[in-house]
Design a protein around this ligand. Structure first.
Ligand SMILES: *Cc1c(COP(=O)(O)O)cnc(C)c1O
Length: 403
């Protein structure tokens, strides 16, 4: 396109871009199905999926046609005016979740930021509330909620928090799946509890049903807000459209992003009946939120999930991964010690150096990413086929043999 070679571009990236992470030595140019291709045409089977974003895979014609049709009408208008795709997307998400209202944001972090504002505002509306002192949230150890100051405060990872905490948001951390620990951390200043239904970055840990039920009861009893962060585990990733639907427990605020737009930057938080009216007119807003282009993406995603019966595929392919992982463990018992996960958020527990493993996989044309301290995460497009899952397992087998 520009006439630069991959090497020239990578050198320019070093010079001109601020990057937080190690970069792999390739410039990716296009995608098709579950495959990505670099500028030299090398093929990669993608089990990172844009970090759980590209649920419909790459270059899906129906998805792209829906976006192009919206582009031909209008991409962005201001929040002062209604647009049909936004209203329809809100109605659909509300009906699918059984929650009451939706707010649209541009990312997961922003959805979390909004969710935390709901919790704080809710606390400040209680009779006799101490407005200066009501912003303690209980978050879980090994959580990840994003990189804004508030979301970061609730993210239990010193690597990300670095110089940016303490911030004005006080998060108190409790052990995931340990209800007694959460109870012991509640104070009069607690305004909410934030919890991933399945921890992704933290190491692919699913919540226990008893834990989530206990959090619900606790939040009801204390009149505080229960936030489920389904930015990564929602939108079908774990086998139900919303991860908490497998548990029969509803949050007060549900945060979504990543696969919500399948590649278009969009997030949302949905609120329960109880939180209606907590955020008054003008108390929260943004410029791009609910713009018709991103909203058309959400509607296309929901249409295509239904059309392709994505959830059925997730549950089928989860089994193929799990059987494949068990075989890898049998064959490489010194390198693979188990697996965790659910649906197509799968983790292979390994003892080997994970940076090296990622690197060797990359060289062999398989994209995977580490999470937590001992796991390699697989988050492929949710439309991956059995043949493709088996191919990923076979490449992993070759990678482990080489380690
Ligand atoms: C990715 C992620 C976020 C942050 O979303 P961004 O779109 O990167 O801002 C928040 N919570 C969880 C669980 C995530 O995985």
């Amino acid at each position: 396109m520009s006439g630069y070679t991959s090497n020239e571009l990578m050198n320019m990236a070093e010079e001109y871009m601020i990057y937080g992470k190690k970069m792999y030595p390739a410039v990716l140019e296009r995608g098709d199905g579950v495959y990505l291709y670099d500028k030299e045409g090398k093929e990669y089977l993608d089990c990172v999926g844009g970090i759980a974003v590209n649920a419909l895979g790459y270059n899906n014609k129906e998805y792209l046609d829906a976006l192009k049709a919206q582009m031909d009408k209008v991409m962005h208008i201001s929040r002062y005016y209604h647009n049909e795709p936004a209203i329809i997307a809100a109605k659909r998400l509300v009906e699918l979740s059984g929650l009451s209202q939706a707010f649209f944001a541009n990312s997961g972090t922003e959805a979390i930021e909004g969710a935390l504002k709901v919790a704080k505002k809710h606390a400040s509306m209680k009779p006799g509330a101490d407005k200066d002192n009501n912003f303690e949230v209980i978050a879980m150890h090994h959580s990840f909620h994003g990189r804004s100051m508030a979301a970061l405060a609730a993210t239990d990872n010193s690597k990300y928090q670095g110089a940016f905490v303490p911030s004005n948001v006080k998060a108190v951390f409790a052990n995931f799946n340990d209800l007694e620990d959460v109870k012991s951390k509640i104070t009069k200043n607690t305004c909410g509890i934030i919890c991933e239904v399945m921890q992704g970055e933290g190491g692919v840990y699913a919540a226990d049903a008893e834990f989530l039920k206990g959090l619900r009861a606790l939040c009801d009893e204390k009149d505080i807000i229960l936030i489920f962060d389904e930015v990564q585990c929602g939108m079908g990733r774990t086998g139900t459209l919303f991860a908490h639907q497998a548990y029969g427990v509803k949050p007060d605020v549900l945060a979504l992003a990543k696969a919500l737009g399948c590649g278009v930057p969009v997030g949302a938080f949905l609120i329960s009946e109880r939180c209606k009216g907590v955020l008054g007119p003008g108390e929260h807003g943004n410029t791009y939120g609910a713009n018709p282009f991103c909203m058309a993406a959400i509607n296309a995603v929901l249409d295509l999930y239904e059309k392709y019966d994505v959830l059925t595929n997730v549950n089928k392919m989860a089994k193929v991964f799990e059987e494949g992982f068990d075989k890898l463990k049998e064959k490489h018992p010194d390198k693979v010690t188990g697996r965790r996960g659910k649906g197509l958020l799968q983790g292979l527990v390994v003892t080997v150096n994970r940076d090296k493993l990622e690197q060797v996989a990359f060289e062999k044309g398989l994209l995977v990413c580490a999470a937590g301290t001992d796991v390699i995460r697989f988050l492929p497009p949710l439309v991956i086929s059995e043949e493709e899952v088996n191919k990923a397992i076979n490449i992993m087998d070759a990678v482990l043999s080489e380690m």
